[in-house]
Design a protein around this ligand. Structure first.
Ligand SMILES: Cc1cc2nc3c(=O)[nH]c(=O)nc-3n(C[C@H](O)[C@H](O)[C@H](O)COP(=O)(O)OP(=O)(O)OC[C@H]3O[C@@H](n4cnc5c(N)ncnc54)[C@H](O)[C@@H]3O)c2cc1C
Length: 278
């Protein structure tokens, strides 16, 4: 249907980004293709060391899934997205396809080995998530292509991660967010992945901060150096959520907290994490 209708048509998943845009007349499609009629498009499966999410899987289903909680930062993310109504409708596939710079999923999933399975009349192709989002609100999806499935490889034993977002209230996007995943051996960090949300046009991979942690015993000096690297890596806009400088400081603070939580989880502790509200 997408190939037949061309630019006049839009896919509808949870409608939690598309419908507000249509109400504001920022999107004005002549046709909506409702994915909700596609059978078996919503599922969460563990399969050969990976978690597989059907594109139409709702945030709320992920929040409640014990399978998805096998990667605790996925649960951290799902539980904090907006409010219960939005979590009941919004989907993981729609969120990634929307590529909203303030969206939560991309920041979390970019710390993991994540692939997006895309489907078009030409068949299926697999795109690493790192290559999927090309700019703000822009992905590599072709005009007649959709997200079919999101596949996240289960992280190695002895690793742990946490996702923290700072919000003014539940039904708004975060002011800044941080996803941190660490592979630990005792106090030593073998590997680190840090991705920041809402502080750039796309999620920001904080490569400098990762380097400050990798191969080191984690102490206050190392964490402070990582925080400085975060401040240098981000490029936030001043807006109604706060000034650029405020967001820079916030991102560094969130990373500090997320590092501490990730270490505890890597050491096997069960830690509840939820978004932080102003
Ligand atoms: C008040 C409010 C607060 C919100 N707060 C947050 C928040 O804090 N964090 C957060 O992450 N999100 C937030 N959201 C967004 C929410 O998570 C949306 O669900 C999500 O961004 C889009 O998913 P959807 O399923 O609703 O997609 P839709 O709105 O149906 O679609 C979004 C776009 O993606 C396309 N699309 C949908 N599915 C596919 C697919 N399978 N393949 C290809 N293209 C597809 C559509 O054509 C459309 O262009 C908020 C939304 C609202 C209204």
């Amino acid at each position: 249907m997408l190939s037949e209708m061309g630019d006049d048509a839009k896919l509808l998943a949870g409608g939690q980004s598309l419908i507000p845009l249509m109400k504001l007349r920022l999107a004005n499609p002549n046709h909506l293709i409702d994915l909700n009629f596609v059978p078996d498009a919503a599922y969460i499966k563990e399969d050969g060391g990976s978690l597989r999410f059907g594109a139409l899987t709702r945030h709320a289903a992920i929040e409640k899934s014990s399978v998805a909680a096998g990667i605790p930062m996925i649960h951290d993310c799902a539980v904090g997205i907006a409010d219960v109504q939005i979590r009941n409708r919004g989907t993981i596939g729609g969120s990634l396809a929307e590529a909203d710079p303030s969206g939560d999923w991309a920041a979390v999933l970019l710390t993991q080995k994540t692939e997006v399975n895309c489907l078009s009349p030409r068949g299926e192709r697999t795109v690493p998530l790192a290559d999927f989002i090309s700019d703000a609100y822009t992905t590599v999806l072709e005009r007649d292509e959709l997200v079919r499935e999101v596949v996240v490889k289960s992280p190695e034993k002895g690793s742990g991660g946490a996702y923290l977002a700072f919000k003014r209230s539940a039904p708004v996007y975060p002011t800044a967010s941080a996803a941190v995943h660490l592979a630990m051996q005792g106090d030593f960090c073998k590997d680190a992945a840090i991705v920041l949300g809402c502080v750039g046009l796309v999620p920001v991979k904080a490569i400098g901060a990762e380097m400050e942690l990798r191969g080191k015993k984690i102490d206050d000096n190392v964490v402070n150096a990582a925080m400085e690297a975060v401040r240098a890596a981000v490029d936030p806009q001043s807006d109604m959520r706060g000034s650029a400088e405020y967001k820079r400081t916030l991102a560094a603070g969130l990373v500090k907290r997320a590092i501490a939580l990730a270490i505890r989880r890597a050491h096997g502790e069960r830690v509840e994490v939820s978004h932080i509200y102003a």
